[in-house]
Design a protein around this ligand. Sequence first.
Ligand code: AMP
Length: 397
Amino acid sequence: MLNKFTIDDLNLTDKKILLRCDFNVPMKYNKIIDNKRIKEAIPTIEKLINSNSKLVICSHLGKPNAYDINLSLKPIAEELSNLLNKKIIFIDDSNVIGPITREKIKNIKSGEIILLENTRFRSEETKNIDEFSKELSNNFDIYINDAFGSSHRKHCSTYGVAKFIKETAIGYLIQKEINFLGKALESPSRPFVAILGGAKVSDKINVIENLLDKVDILIIGGGMAYTFFKAKGYNIGKSLLEEDKVEFARNVLEKADKKNIKLLLPIDNVVVKEFKEDANFKTTKSSEIQSDDIGVDIGEKTQKLFCDALKDAKTIILNGPMGVFEFENFSRGTFSIIKTLSELDAITIIGGGDSASAVNQFGFVNKMTHISTGGGASLEFLEGKELPGISIIKNKF
Ligand code: AMP
């Protein structure tokens, strides 16, 4: 077998390695706001450097389709250098892999690290065009994918290159994500509870369907709960509604009932008349929402109902906030769930960008078992899909 699945299976010394990381971090005025994704890549990078390999790292940042100085990876190189306490050779190449870069890669010494420019400066990247994949993969001995947050995309640097480099593997971050998310789905310690929230049912249809076959309790809160209320025949006023998903919600309620899965919906809600941060609010029973009410958070009775249901759980996945947590007055529902998770003796897994930032905002990052680095990627994983950037490596032989 030419290709092994993890980096521990490979002989790395003196090998020229292309490592795909996910350095797509939030930026403001060319400054990194949150370096979590860079920090999460460190174990793999250290392993490769300590193995005395010749390391070339690539990543995308944002969604450019051509050169854009505001989305250069230069600030990432500086941050990475600080975190590793090591020189990073950053190549300022608008073509990503032009002649100068190729020359530098040709002459890289063991123990050195090169960071390439933003892969999305090349329009071919997101189209998975073989020519660019070949350019990127030229002369490398090993390709390692550790960009979990981008592994649901079939792009040149996450997928295409794996076809042209003989030895391939996944890095420690992807391994960690697969271990936590995969184990929760395949063989969870029970009771297994999923809490889904956020704005849209449509984004989470496949997740709901997949989890219905696996969980003991399914909790639905946030804006998506109102489509379920509609399916139950409640008045939901001016709350979020996806009319074309009411039938789906009805089927989910029926299916949960048939399968004996406890499906919990909010029993009371914080409602406002105007959607704004300082709006007056009150709490209303789910069956008594008025025509001009907008539901923006779960109420206190619901907080208790949901938190009680979590008490004995052994595995919990949270994906999506319980309300408009960005506004302080409507963040209490999300806060209470996250605080409860932080106190439980259970495996707690946070998926999705909004839930991760809520956990961060409330200061409970170190209290969770695992916070996934992938928004879209973790959703697709929870849908039960194979992520192309991982499966191409797994299936290669
Ligand atoms: P998602 O990206 O689908 O996970 O949704 C996250 C967003 O859902 C956050 O920005 C929340 O403000 C929003 N959200 C949660 N609950 C509600 C609600 N009841 N009404 C409107 N937006 C909500």
